[in-house]
Design a protein around this ligand. Sequence first.
Ligand SMILES: [Zn+2]
Length: 286
Amino acid sequence: MKFFDLHCDTITECYNQNKSLTNNDLDISLDRGKILEKWTQVFAIWLPDTIRGNEAETYYEKVLAKYKEEIKNAENVNPVLAVEGGAVLNGKLENIEKLHNDGVKILTLTWNGENEIASGCFAEEDKGLTSFGKEAVKELTKRNIIPDVSHLAEKSFYDLCEETDFPFVASHSDAFSLNPHVRNLKDEQIKVIVERKGLIGLNFYNKFLGEGNAIEMLIKHAEHILNLGGEDVLCMGSDFDGCSIDEELKGIEKMENLYSVFNKHFGEQLTDKIFYENANAYLLNK
Ligand SMILES: [Zn+2]
């Protein structure tokens, strides 16, 4: 089976725990991913809200060096680089060119708190996009770095919509109307992403999925987004190594079983779109 995952924190964990990407006890290792016939994995360099200013730039450089070192051995995966947290820019537009030159394809505009670009979903006040944020979004989209709205607060989300027509993504978020967590997307937000032909990656985090069997809940979230027209935008955004995941979904080696459950439920064509084709078609055009 083919697997395209729009978000994981594995490379950040490899850096923080001084582990190898090839062989480790994390949710993703290159060795355990060898069961996949074709595999594209977005690796996010995650900047926690406690890291700001010059420190954010330095931290990014260190994790980037780890990423470059580790993907030298990545024969069985097509790695895509992302940064989770617009604090990486340190409030400087010229850093966007640097991200582009480093090969960053996706920038999650905020983490949970507030940064130079916008307010995250747990910020004390949702101030929307800042004036720097508006400039940054123009520059990002000009360079084809995809804005990612996962973690973004609601006003910030709609400010972004006013600022650009770009088909942005929500790399790792589920549906709010099934489980009202502030990190999940409301129906109106899902509809915006569907209209724009962006992407929504299903998150495996048990707190976002809600009570119940994780695979059954994941199917419910998928069904909900499909019912809102998401056939071409739905994909996987596991959040591997970034959150607490129930045993049945925990690990890249569990994806074959997940695929067969989805296949039984949605049929092969739609399952292939969700597991690979949608995200692949989107990213090929960017
Ligand atoms: Zn995240």
